[in-house]
Design a protein around this ligand. Structure first.
Ligand SMILES: Nc1ncnc2c1ncn2[C@@H]1O[C@H](COP(=O)(O)OP(=O)(O)O)[C@@H](O)[C@H]1O
Ligand SMILES: [Mg+2]
Length: 205
């Protein structure tokens, strides 16, 4: 049996990650792939509990390094207990967010030097990276306008426009740096047009 592929989807709030991950799952399942959907932070019992802490806006301002370490603690569990075992069983794993988000949010947004994040990535995951990443790119204001109706905001969604602009910039820089892996998708288009950009790339896998 061949190893499954690890696909991640990332981008700003309201970019359409949850919407498009459902499309990817259906598209691959229709092609007889065994697909498993998961998310970060989260994906394990411990990871979901860490997620609740990370998103809880009632927690006093968290030190940025603490936030980064909790993200990687959750990710370490997720990769070792869920993602790698599934891939070894031939399952295709699709994660809503992954390490690129730590560079964008904790690096770009919170200002932690990217080299430090790289050290933590090496320490926990060595060279484990997704086979393919869809980066859903769109204007910060458009993304935020799409999530406005969502109701109560979490600890990240409460941030301001300049925070998200820095997040977007790091995402874009990473897409330029790793063009083979990170596929830049124009997420300002409507849902079907966005899916069709993703479909064209999935067809190459
Ligand atoms: N391409 C799109 N155009 C317009 N609205 C969209 C598009 N993609 C998603 N939406 C809507 O925007 C909101 C946020 O989408 P969602 O998939 O939850 O984004 P994310 O998971 O990236 O935060 C949802 O109400 C969704 O229906
Ligand atoms: Mg979502």
């Amino acid at each position: 049996m061949s190893r499954g592929k690890f696909i991640t989807i990332d981008g700003l709030e309201g970019a359409g990650k949850s919407t498009q991950i459902d499309f990817i799952k259906k598209y691959l399942s229709d092609r007889n792939r065994d697909v498993f959907l998961t998310r970060e932070p989260g994906g394990t019992d411990l990871g979901e509990r860490l997620r609740a802490l990370l998103l809880d806006k009632n927690i006093d301002a968290m030190n940025p390094d603490t936030e980064l370490l909790l993200m990687f603690a959750a990710r370490n569990e997720h990769v070792k207990k869920v993602i790698v075992p599934k891939l070894e069983q031939g399952v295709w794993v699709i994660s809503d967010r992954f390490t690129d988000a730590s560079y964008a949010y904790q690096g770009g947004g919170r200002g932690i030097p990217l080299e430090r994040i790289g050290e933590l990535e090496q320490w926990t995951l060595q060279d484990f990276v997704p086979d393919m990443t869809f980066l859903l790119d769109l204007d910060v204001e458009l993304g935020l306008s799409r999530v406005e109706q969502r109701g109560e905001k979490d600890r990240f969604e409460e941030e301001h426009k300049d925070f998200f602009n820095k997040v977007r910039e790091i995402f874009s820089n990473r897409a330029s740096k790793y063009p083979e892996r990170i596929k830049l998708i124009d997420a300002s288009k409507n849902i079907d047009e966005t899916s069709s950009q993703i479909k064209k790339i999935l067809d190459l896998l």
